[in-house]
Design a protein around this ligand. Structure first.
Ligand SMILES: NC(=O)c1ccc[n+]([C@@H]2O[C@H](COP(=O)([O-])OP(=O)(O)OC[C@H]3O[C@@H](n4cnc5c(N)ncnc54)[C@H](OP(=O)(O)O)[C@@H]3O)[C@@H](O)[C@H]2O)c1
Length: 260
């Protein structure tokens, strides 16, 4: 993908999983990187590995509502220009609402939604002034239906999807591509944090990070609005859209939210 050669991408959640793989693939395309997450040592190890391109590390906790503006200001202070914004940082709990504290529940929205929206708003402005930019927002197949047992996470990802699909049209005349990547189960640290032990049946349906990241970057380069990696997850979202909503919600709850 020549299109990203020589550009600069800011990747949130670059310390593991999909964000780390997106960073590796962008670097292989000759794209310079700004790596963002809380675990500095992980980001520095990745920066050392990707020595072919220029890489800088900015440690940030996106759960803090002040951080998106601080991150934007720090990028400007370092004289960097962000051509590609990848809003990937995120997490979820596979728990019922009443099993989570208020802090845990709202914390998910801070990172998955508030920080994503703030960074999109901040970085889209200079992109629009230049008449060129790319924004890749990471949603989830969970965005396609309500999930009892994972209600807040699914709703937070539905926000990302609705926002992204609208911004895809809204920002197109400014020369900005907005793509929403909706992965299904992907082998990262996400599931161990979300639910601890995983059912072996679900484990078998998980995708590797490499094709998921690749699908996102190909979709972004092609100017796609939404990308769902893997035929199984495309089929799953299609089938649930054909079912009566009540059935789709029950099915999603029993399969993904382990809700009885
Ligand atoms: N894996 C899946 O099955 C799956 C499926 C659909 C969608 N997704 C989405 O894909 C994205 C990436 O997740 P992943 O699967 O790669 O999981 P992961 O391996 O757990 O990575 C999550 C990343 O988000 C960062 N992060 C979390 N909280 C943060 C905070 N407060 N401030 C800054 N960074 C933070 C983490 O970095 P630090 O801990 O170092 O801060 C880490 O780099 C998420 O948005 C997730 O919702 C994942």
């Amino acid at each position: 993908m020549q299109i990203f050669n020589g550009k600069t991408a800011l990747v949130t959640g670059a310390s593991s999983g999909i964000g780390q793989e997106l960073s590796r693939q962008l670097a292989a395309m000759g794209c310079n990187l700004i790596l963002v997450a809380r675990r500095t040592e992980r980001l520095e190890a990745l920066a050392a590995e990707l020595c072919r391109v220029s890489v800088c590390v900015i440690t940030s906790d996106l759960a803090d509502p002040l951080v998106p503006q601080q991150l934007f200001d720090e990028v400007a202070r370092r004289g960097l220009k962000v051509d590609i914004l990848i809003n990937n940082a995120g997490y979820g709990y596979q728990k019922n609402l009443l099993e989570l504290s208020l802090e845990q529940t709202l914390g998910m929205l801070e990172v998955n939604d508030r920080a994503l929206l703030a960074l999109t708003r901040l970085f889209a402005e200079p992109m629009a002034e230049r008449g060129e930019g790319w924004i890749l927002n990471i949603s989830s197949v969970s965005a396609w239906f309500p999930i009892p047992g994972m209600a807040t996470y699914a709703a937070s990802k539905a926000f990302v999807q609705t926002l992204g699909r609208a911004l895809h049209e809204e920002l197109k005349p400014c020369g900005i591509v907005v793509t929403t990547l909706s992965p299904g189960g992907t082998r990262t640290e996400f599931s161990s944090k979300a639910r601890g032990e995983m059912d072996p049946s679900l484990q078998r349906t998980m995708m590797a990070v490499s094709p998921v990241a690749r699908a996102g970057l190909v979709g972004l380069a092609k100017g796609k609005a939404v990308v769902i990696p893997g035929w199984l997850y495309r089929l799953m979202t299609f089938i649930t859209r054909c079912l009566p909503e009540r059935w789709a919600v029950r099915l999603a709850g029993s399969v993904m939210g382990r809700h009885r």
